[in-house]
Design a binder for this molecule. Structure first.
Ligand SMILES: [Zn+2]
Length: 113
């Protein structure tokens, strides 16, 4: 379950930020996770519940925003394509698509006390 490793590094970043600002408590963490990452939200929330014990984020509220995968075709520039099955081929001309969003993996917002 790679969600555990992801949450571990998210908490490390959050704790680092809290330390930097002399804060002992994290109230809220908002994450932005792209669908392309294949992260299971429930597993991420579970990992958070396990890992936050005895950290400044122990009582923090976790919010996860999922960013859908969007892609565009190099030939059909006006076509905005949403991908559901990870097929990186343009349905219009068969060219290989480039991902424009959905790779996100970041802390968007951190509320420190
Ligand atoms: Zn195309």
């Amino acid at each position: 379950m790679h969600e555990m490793a992801i949450m571990q590094s998210i908490l490390e970043i959050a704790e680092g930020e809290a330390r930097k600002h002399g804060s002992k408590r994290i109230n809220r963490i908002k994450l932005k996770i792209g669908e392309f990452r294949g992260v299971v939200k429930d597993a991420l929330e579970f990992s958070f519940d396990v890992l936050r014990v005895n950290t400044p984020a122990e009582n923090a509220e976790l919010e996860i925003e999922t960013v859908p995968i969007r892609a565009e075709c190099p030939n059909c520039s006006d076509v905005d394509i949403s991908i559901n099955d990870f097929t990186m081929i343009c349905p219009n001309c068969g060219a290989i698509l480039s991902i424009t969003s959905g790779r996100e993996m970041e802390i968007e917002y951190l509320d420190l006390e």
